[in-house]
Design a protein around this ligand. Structure first.
Ligand code: NAD
Length: 369
């Protein structure tokens, strides 16, 4: 057993708040420091979590002698600087995806993490769902034989792009695959562990969300080194009145001896009410433009608040990471290398859709620009 963690949380928005609140539920975290460039956000979270230290200056927080581990929960385009500053100090890292929104920067981030020997994980939260852990074990046990085809379909409420893109003018790389499809892609690649993609061919549609500066959806087919084909499909332009508050997923895995068909669209617990339902993703004060009266109740990916506590995969993921740091537990968190690879694969889909041609893999980060 190691010493209690001295935890720095950088970014005190929706996700930083959840992870900081969970830090106060465990004795694994002995000291908590917070940073956000928005002083009001930082101070409100500091009050709610009785934080030991709060600042608007990342370097001031990382310079504190108590810090041993860092959570990077800043907005998508703002990950690089705090990751590099923390890695150069040798702190363990928990990074919200993506490592960077620029593939060349992502490669640099990975290089700094690896050269400093830092234990860095990336927040692919859905790995911590019981159903996906159970599927993973059946695949490890070869219960479907050799996997030959995988089909993944992600349907997302457009509240996610509306809320995410409102935060930045730099939207060019915030595509459905890079921001959100990365979760379904990570899940699929993790379930297909051991297979290496050798080519991807994709097509995108830009219509309902074109005014926002993003695409509606991207469908692609990966070919793996053993001939397996993987069809990865996302549309994040479903209307705000769609009952799924964030996402619904289907994954079908067919092998030589069997099949696993995963229905994860959250239609098993449905609420209908005269009272409008809260938006799923409420980042930075976002509010939906139309009321939702039907709700697929467990479709908010981090989990659901009940009795003042969050229940769901982000609890499992965060507390398991605190245990990993204090006990040395081996955990299923995605590594920084997984995060970098996922970014390149999502961007390779966007490149193929842009050029209309298949993209041979692996691809150099600079080819994706
Ligand atoms: N794991 C998951 O399931 C999941 C779910 C949603 C979002 N995310 C990811 O989590 C990250 C944060 O998303 P969010 O919804 O909490 O966003 P948010 O906008 O609610 O919070 C981000 C915070 O970072 C702050 N910030 C921005 N630049 C900063 C900087 N340079 N230094 C310090 N603070 C800075 C902002 O002021 C803001 O308060 C994103 O990368 C997002 O993709 C992960």
């Amino acid at each position: 057993m190691g010493e209690p963690i001295g935890l720095a949380v950088i970014g005190c928005g929706t996700i930083g708040r959840i992870r900081a609140e969970l830090a106060r539920e465990t004795i694994a975290v002995g000291w908590l420091g917070l940073c956000d460039i928005d002083r009001d956000y930082a101070e409100r979270l500091a009050k709610d979590t009785r934080a030991d230290f709060v600042t608007t200056d990342v370097h001031e927080l990382l310079g504190r002698p108590e810090v041993t581990a860092v959570i990077i929960a800043t907005a998508e385009n703002e990950h690089v600087e705090p990751i590099i500053a923390a890695a150069e100090r040798g702190h363990a890292l928990f990074i919200e995806k993506p490592l960077a929104s620029d593939p060349v920067e992502s490669a640099r981030v990975l290089q700094v993490i690896e050269s400093n020997g830092v234990d860095a994980v990336v927040g692919y939260t859905q790995r911590f769902r019981r159903r996906f852990q159970a599927v993973k074990q059946r695949l490890r046990d070869r219960q479907v034989g050799d996997v030959t085809t995988v089909v993944t379909r992600a349907f997302m409420n457009r509240m996610v792009p509306l809320a995410t893109l409102a935060k930045t003018a730099d939207r060019s790389r915030l595509t459905p695959m890079v921001v959100s499809g990365t979760h379904s892609l990570d899940m699929s690649m993790w379930l297909m562990e051991g297979k290496t993609p050798v080519e991807v061919y994709a097509r995108s549609v830009e219509s309902a969300l074109a005014e926002l500066g993003t695409k509606d959806g991207t469908f692609g087919v990966f070919t793996m080194d053993d001939g397996c084909i993987f069809s990865m499909n996302i549309n994040w332009a479903l209307p705000t009145v769609w009952p799924g508050s964030v996402y619904g997923l289907e994954i079908g895995i067919v092998g030589t001896d069997g099949v696993i068909d995963i229905e994860d669209t959250h239609r098993d617990v449905v609420l209908a009410s005269h009272t409008p339902q809260p938006a799923g993703y409420t980042s930075k004060g976002f509010g939906p433009d139309a009321p939702r009266h039907v709700d697929f109740m467990t479709s908010y990916p981090p989990g659901d608040v009940s009795g003042g506590l969050l229940w769901g995969p982000m609890r499992e993921e965060t507390l398991t990471w605190y245990n990993r740091l204090t006990t040395g537990l081996t955990t299923p968190h995605a590594t920084a290398a997984d995060g970098h690879s996922n970014l390149l694969l999502t961007m390779a889909m966007d490149l193929s859709a842009r050029t209309g041609k298949p993209v041979p893999l692996p691809v150099e980060p600079k080819e994706l620009l």
